[in-house]
Design a binder for this molecule. Structure first.
Ligand code: B1M
Length: 208
């Protein structure tokens, strides 16, 4: 019988073969897809997030865990869709215009997926108008903007103004190495997170 605790442990260790094996056998044995997601994959990623926050593990371990989660999710996603399992929220994310840094943004996106969000990743160098257009067409509840350069940070303010000006009601959170809570408050963002694990906590609190 597939053991979801062992599945969570495989995610924590970043053991993608075991993660895929247990996910497959759990589904074959008739375990509900939602339970595999919550009690196996998300349970594992929760622990990864907590350890990352406490500096017990570092970015490479998080990336390896996220890769294992991604492989297992490939098997699980069609079953979740069949079962009509809703994500806990829809999150649109991108790196601001003029900025090509995406390692941190990708990590945030992976952790959000790990926590049960549906993530629409626009990529890098995203102008304000594209955020607006995509927010409108996808109907997301949350929008995340990342910036790594002091020279591109002002693009976040422009993007927030454009989103609010267009009447988009989604909550907006920002992050990236030069960004601070003070800056987030100044430009009218609804949330700020210093790292990928905290981004999950902030996102959850904004959709609650
Ligand atoms: Co760039 N770069 N870079 N770079 N680069 C920095 C950021 C820099 C600090 C290096 C330095 O000078 N010491 C500096 C910025 C200085 C400043 O503005 N204050 C810099 C510069 C100047 C530049 C160029 C201008 C260099 C040049 O060409 N002269 C150029 C700009 C290009 C452009 O964007 N237009 C440039 C280019 C590049 C590469 C393309 C070579 C490459 C990017 C590759 C890629 O991303 N695909 C690169 C890299 C790798 C870096 C460093 C070395 C590493 C960044 C990184 O990935 N960190 C960086 C120096 C450094 O940080 N040591 C540097 C790891 C990542 C996991 O952390 O992105 O902070 P981070 O993400 C964290 C948090 O910030 C947070 O969570 C993440 C995970 O915990 N977070 C969010 C991020 N987004 C979030 C969003 C959220 C919430 C949290 O909510 C939505």
């Amino acid at each position: 019988m597939a053991d979801l605790k062992t599945l969570a442990e495989a995610i924590i260790k970043g053991d993608q073969n075991t993660a895929v094996e247990i996910t497959t056998s759990a589904l074959e044995e008739g375990t509900e897809a939602e339970s595999v997601l919550k009690d196996g994959l998300i349970a594992g990623m929760d622990i990864v997030g907590t350890r990352f926050k406490k500096n017990e593990i570092y970015i490479p371990e998080v990336l390896i865990a996220a890769r294992a989660m991604k492989m297992a999710m490939k098997i699980l996603e069609p079953e979740l869709a069949k079962a009509g399992v809703e994500p806990i929220g829809k999150f649109l994310i991108g790196t601001v215009r003029g900025d090509l840094h995406d390692i941190g943004k990708n990590l945030v996106a992976m952790m959000l997926k790990g926590a049960g969000f549906e993530v629409i990743d626009l990529g890098v160098d995203i102008p304000a108008e594209r955020f607006v257009e995509q927010a409108r067409s996808t109907g997301v509840q949350l929008i995340g903007i990342s910036a790594l350069l002091t020279t591109t940070m002002s693009g976040m303010e422009k993007t927030i103004k454009a989103l609010k000006g267009a009447g988009i009601s989604a909550k907006i959170m920002i992050g990236g190495a030069p960004v601070t809570q003070g800056y987030a408050d100044k430009i009218g963002a609804d949330g700020y997170a210093a790292d990928a694990a905290s981004a999950v906590d902030v996102a959850k609190s904004l959709v609650a």
